[in-house]
Design a binder for this molecule. Structure first.
Ligand code: BDR
Ligand code: CA
Length: 316
């Protein structure tokens, strides 16, 4: 199984992604970076540690930077609940943080698995950008980087044009896209255009509930109840957009999205559009493509796969 480093801001859909990585035989999680985003970094780290304990996952969990590179920190408790996990309360564990920063864990994991590590970012890019300062060769050490982020030909979810993971720390995201334009394999980007096709309904929640008797299932369902209420209050009806596990499952299996090469950059200066991801579909900039962006999703196939994979979790 491929070694994977997960950089996340857990977060309801991040928690599902982490659980998926614990369950799938196709990946071996070697580190978790806790990035501030949906909730503050310290709360993200607590969620990751307690989830790992519940999943019997022995993986280093690092605390990331407390704020984005330039802007003050902001959080999304309305979307993810006061602790980041909606109505769920995780059993408290005595798990402790790794004695390395989030940026250091990126570098350590990449150096430990040169050319093999699959890096996955499902939160803001702050810690990966800081890791690039520590190890500029990072893009060459990874097998590939996978990112949930951006809204290309789609409205944003953070202001009219921004997507959360990019808009929270646009300088960091821009630095990552620039540095990885020299990577041997283009990063795979899952933007809202495609991840919002992954819609969980009451039926999906019932299927997940029936998939496994593992206690994490009840935690995820309590979290998802909040997520559905948030989306309903936001005008989407009684559903939830579940972004992160889709990108993670595609990173691990390559099965659920069609991608297209694209030259992409992040708007830093726009007074109305700061944090927007701008894609140059017609090659007007004359730049080489720097990402493979998802353009089509097999959302139904992914949901079947998620239910099946979570069913592999064994109660210890
Ligand atoms: C992204 O923002 C977060 O709230 C989710 O966890 C996901 O990573 C979607 O824009
Ligand atoms: Ca996330």
């Amino acid at each position: 199984p491929a070694p994977v480093l997960l950089d996340c801001d857990t977060g309801i859909d991040d928690a599902i992604a982490l659980t998926y990585l614990a369950a799938t035989p196709a990946a071996r999680l070697v580190g978790i970076v806790s990035t501030g985003g949906n909730v503050p970094a310290a709360q993200v780290a607590r969620n990751n540690l307690d989830l790992c304990a519940l999943l019997d996952l022995d993986v280093p969990v690092a605390l990331g930077a407390s704020a984005p590179l330039v802007e003050p920190a902001r959080f999304a408790e309305d979307t993810h609940g006061p602790t980041g996990l909606g109505y769920a309360s995780l059993p408290a564990s005595d798990r402790a943080l790794a004695d390395r920063s989030g940026a250091e864990l990126w570098v350590d994991a990449a150096r430990a698995h040169p050319g093999e590590l699959v890096g996955i970012v499902i939160g803001p890019h702050t810690n990966l950008a800081l890791a690039l300062d520590l190890e500029p060769e990072l893009p060459h050490l990874l097998r590939r980087l996978h990112i949930m982020g951006g809204a290309i030909n789609h409205r944003g979810n953070t202001g009219p044009t921004g997507e959360w993971n990019i808009a929270v720390d646009p300088e960091a995201a821009q630095r990552v896209f620039a540095a990885f334009s020299w990577a041997p394999a283009r990063p795979v980007l899952g933007p809202l255009d495609v991840t919002e096709e992954v819609v969980f309904t009451a039926e999906t929640l019932a299927r997940l509930g029936a998939a496994s008797t593992h206690p994490v299932t009840a935690v995820l369902l309590d979290a998802l109840r909040w997520y559905v209420e948030f989306h309903e209050a936001d005008g989407f009806g009684p559903i939830a957009h579940v972004h992160d596990p889709f990108v993670v499952a595609h990173a691990v299996t390559g099965r659920f999205a069609r991608t297209a090469p694209l030259a992409l950059d992040v708007e830093l200066d726009g007074t109305l559009t700061r944090g927007q991801t701008v894609g140059d579909w017609l090659g007007r900039w004359g730049r080489e493509p720097n990402v493979d962006v998802m353009v089509q999703a097999d959302a139904a196939g992914f949901v079947d796969h998620l239910v099946e994979t979570l069913g592999l979790l064994r109660v210890v």
